[in-house]
Design a protein. Structure first.
Length: 166
């Protein structure tokens, strides 16, 4: 799939600005500047855990994060194109992520879906009309974005959605 851009301020709040959520330091420990490599690794692990929480199974999943550029690199073997695209969306729909470098492969190749960035005033019916010519296929878009979407009315500006072929 390649490189995808996302809106930095939109998405799941998995880690703080530029750093992953960490266990609180013991009271007696001196305050030290966090190691950037460790922070990036924790952020990558947080994104991996988020993907896992969506029940998206990828063989050999490897997620890396570069806080300096806001880039996530994801690799592994997805069982199908839909899972691959959902993993990319999980990576990109995280606050502070601006790009996703997709290095994944697919066991069963299929045509790629289109990607769409939600803007203010959008709803799935409006997006359905834009891509399919009818607002009545909004559930097709909703189903294509599960489990990241929990309800068809719960989308937000800046969120990336996959729009499958008809």
């Amino acid at each position: 799939m390649g490189m995808f851009t996302f809106i930095k301020e939109a998405g799941e709040k998995l880690f703080g600005i530029g750093e992953a959520k960490a266990d609180p330091a013991p009271a007696a420990a001196p305050a030290t500047k966090p190691d950037l490599t460790e922070v990036n690794q924790k952020a990558g692990k947080a994104i991996e855990a988020y993907i896992d929480s969506m029940n998206l199974k990828v063989e050999g999943l490897d997620v890396g994060y570069d806080g300096a550029t806001g880039t996530v690199t994801v690799a592994g073997i997805a069982p199908d194109q839909a899972t691959r695209e959902k993993v990319v969306l999980c990576c990109g729909n995280v606050a502070n992520v601006t790009q996703v470098s997709d290095l994944m492969s697919v066991s069963s190749p299929e045509p790629e879906s289109k990607m769409y960035i939600v803007v203010k005033g959008d709803n799935l019916s409006k997006i359905s009309k834009m891509f399919y010519g009818t607002p009545n296929k909004y559930m097709q878009i909703f189903e294509a974005n599960k489990p990241m979407l929990k309800h068809p009315d719960k989308i937000y500006p800046g969120q990336a959605l996959r729009i499958p072929a008809e």
